[in-house]
Design a protein around this ligand. Structure first.
Ligand code: BGC
Length: 249
């Protein structure tokens, strides 16, 4: 596989992309970002993705993340995006619009792939979980480095609600919680996840992980080691490119 691989991260506020060096797990050029269209309908998002990819004049495989369940290229859920995505052959739409090979996967799965290969989970066997705290809570579950896709653990029930409604970073903002108050909710959520999966390592990612020193020290001690993600903002792009390369091989 000699062609450059390109990754696109489709998020609630921005759509970001860049060519990726898979030897280093790093972007080869500064990423280009456009605002996520509102509403984030499939047509509008596909057009925005084309703009990002064409900005680089890229020709070659493209990996893309999506903030919902993706099975066989079809988007099955859309908790925080336009419901028009549910049931679509979204991978096919991107392939046709870009006229390039396209691979679509869940956003947290992509971020987890990047962290387990190049970041905080590198060379870590056993059960590793990546959790991303943003608009929702994303999850990626690995056993000896192999991904179990679409785990959707942000939707576990916590105090009778979807966990992400209580403990995402959007919930922190929505309810005006300070770091101490929010970390109590995150701890409650981690208790639940730990009870169900007994991971040895939990990698905390998402936008809020930039400020990990504000809240990781507030979390209580537990069996699992809790560490911040290392690739930060680039994890989705890198993981998407990894998925595209794996398919092209
Ligand atoms: C979605 C997940 C996604 C997460 C983070 C959740 O609401 O259901 O698929 O990974 O948000 O974007």
């Amino acid at each position: 596989m000699t062609a450059t691989v390109f990754g696109v991260d489709i998020g609630g506020s921005g759509i970001k992309g860049a060519p990726v060096d898979l030897g280093r797990g790093a972007l080869t050029q500064e990423r280009h970002k456009v605002l996520t269209p509102r509403p984030a309908s499939p047509e509008a998002v596909v057009a925005a993705v084309c703009e990002v990819v064409q900005h680089f004049g890229h020709r070659g495989p493209v990996g893309l993340t999506f903030p919902g369940v993706v099975v066989g290229g079809h988007t099955r859920t859309a908790a925080n995006v336009d419901k028009g995505w549910i049931g679509l052959d979204a991978e096919g739409l991107f392939r046709e619009a870009l006229d390039l090979p396209a691979t679509l996967l869940n956003d947290a799965d992509a971020a987890g792939l990047a962290e387990i290969s190049y970041g905080a989970g590198r060379d870590h066997g056993g059960v590793v979980m990546m959790l991303t705290f943003g608009t929702g809570i994303g999850s990626a579950l690995f056993t000896d480095g192999a991904l179990v896709p679409n785990t959707e653990l942000g939707h576990l029930e916590l105090r009778g609600k979807d966990a992400e409604r209580r403990a995402s970073s959007a919930a922190k903002e929505r309810h005006g919680l300070n770091w101490e108050q929010w970390s109590v909710r995150v701890d409650e959520y981690l208790d639940l996840v730990e009870r169900l999966f007994s991971p040895q390592l939990i990698i905390i990612g998402g936008g809020v992980s930039r400020k990990h020193e504000r809240f990781l020290p507030l979390l209580k001690g537990r069996e699992a080691r809790i560490v911040p993600a290392l690739l930060r903002n680039d994890a989705g792009i890198v993981g998407a490119a990894m998925a595209a390369a794996a398919k092209a091989d």
